[in-house]
Design a protein around this ligand. Structure first.
Ligand code: GLU
Length: 433
């Protein structure tokens, strides 16, 4: 099992291609195979080394380190060789039409009610003086294109109904189609998982594998991502790693959602990629679009944090939150960014809302009592038990003024767990203040 993720380094990763990377990563890992990163940078005008670097960093950050990385711009000599071979075999031919001519021909065909398929020459196109040719791949019309798609099931294409694809421009630059096949063949890629927008490319590419005498990979085309309600807006879809940085979303929250949408399996918070890989199964993918919602990611994020051990978050939470404090706080945060404020509850200043005279007197009494009790797991029940007996207060009237004075908030973790983690002197001072 060998898979690859083949982004063009023309931008940062977004939810759509993070999902494609994830599917290929999980498929490989599920079967103990390898996952390759291929940078499709043949478009020199739009590809940048900065984006290539960002993609590597981002994959690393998401935990999907590739077993090997290569870029297409390093392989031009190899493409040239394959090009020559296919030309010798009569599978690549030169074309001299201008875009305007092609457009005109298309219109004529459409006008006659015919499909606008490129009308290939009988044998070779006659060279046109002073015009550098572009190049097309000659589809074999004699053999129907068939494959059993890992998601879509049996596929059938009639090559005569497809235009011979342009594979190389007149300036010698490469289009996506052929280099991808050469790379997949040379790297012995066994499985290609990608979006269903590539289905018709696949039909053409399978004939290229055959023409090169290469083994065809298994193919699976997954339904595309849409927003939970309607279309995924450009902004929502383009958001990827920025959301992790700016909104404190855990990588595993995003990946937990992306791994399961579009499948018959429920979205569950997964703590690591191995857990997702164990359940990854192409046969559970449906044909309906995969519904994606950042709100679901936020929910999964909260559920994930509530279950996370200190060791899983220690490297990215504020220093003031140690293992004991994390244990108490984790059930009350939806994003790690909220922890900053909680550090102040332990070690800093808190703002307490105005309290009435009666509550103030009650807290004064609480302060005096607090001084005398043992500051351990029993502190809260000792304090409230004694206060209840003395004042007759119970329920909210008993607990809320204490919580407000001690934490500055009306809600939060169990006070029994929280109180002993606040320094006793500080707690007494807050009650008194
Ligand atoms: N660079 C292509 C893309 O991002 C790769 C497609 C493929 O997986 O072959 O669409």
């Amino acid at each position: 099992m060998k898979t690859r993720f083949a982004p063009s380094p023309t931008g940062r990763l977004h939810v759509g291609n993070i999902r494609t990377a994830l599917q290929n990563y999980l498929l490989a890992k599920r079967h103990g195979g390898q996952f390759l990163l291929r940078l499709d940078d043949t478009d020199a005008a739009r590809s940048t080394p900065e984006f290539a670097e960002a993609i590597k960093v981002d994959l690393e950050r998401l935990g999907m380190s590739p077993d090997a990385t290569f870029r297409q711009s390093d392989r031009f000599a190899r493409y040239e060789e394959a090009f020559d071979q296919l030309k010798r075999d009569g599978r690549i031919y030169a074309c001299y039409e201008t875009p305007e001519e092609l457009e005109l021909r298309r219109k004529v065909l459409l006008g006659r009610g015919l499909p606008p398929i490129y009308e290939r020459p009988e044998s070779e196109n006659a060279p046109v003086d002073g015009v550098a040719p572009h190049w097309r791949f000659r589809l074999d019309h004699a053999s129907a294109i068939e494959w059993d798609d890992g998601v879509r099931g049996p596929q059938h294409f009639e090559p005569a109904k497809i235009s011979d694809p342009v594979i190389r421009r007149a300036d010698g630059s490469w289009l996506y189609m052929l280099p991808s096949v050469i790379d997949d063949a040379d790297h012995a890629i066994s499985h290609v998982v990608r979006g269903e927008d590539h289905v018709s490319n696949s039909a053409v590419q399978l004939q290229m594998f055959d023409a090169l005498g290469a083994t065809r990979p298994a193919l699976a085309h997954t339904a595309l991502i849409v927003a939970a309600a309607g279309k995924l807006s450009k902004r929502e879809g383009a958001k990827g790693l920025e959301a992790l940085d700016e909104e404190g979303v855990e990588p595993m929250a995003l990946l937990s959602v992306l791994a399961r949408i579009g499948t018959s399996q429920p979205v569950e918070p997964a703590h690591d990629l191995n857990a997702l890989a164990a359940g990854f199964d192409l046969s559970t993918f449906g044909r309906a679009p995969a519904r994606f919602d950042w709100a679901e990611v936020a929910q999964v994020n909260a559920r994930l944090l509530h279950e996370m051990d200190y060791a899983e978050v220690a490297d990215r939470i504020p220093e003031g939150v140690d293992a004991a404090r994390w244990q108490v706080l984790r059930g009350n945060v939806e994003r790690l960014g909220e922890l900053e404020d909680w550090v102040d509850v332990f070690d800093g200043e808190i703002a307490v809302p105005a309290l009435d005279e009666e509550d103030r007197a009650f807290l004064e009494e609480a302060a005096g009592l607090a001084e005398g009790i043992a500051w351990d797991e029993g502190a809260w029940s000792a304090l409230t038990g004694e206060l209840k007996a003395r004042t007759g207060r119970k329920g909210k009237a008993l607990f809320l003024p204490l919580r407000l004075a001690l934490t500055g908030r009306g809600s939060g973790p169990e006070m029994a767990a929280l109180l002993p983690l606040i320094d006793k002197k500080r707690a007494v001072a807050r009650l008194r203040a």
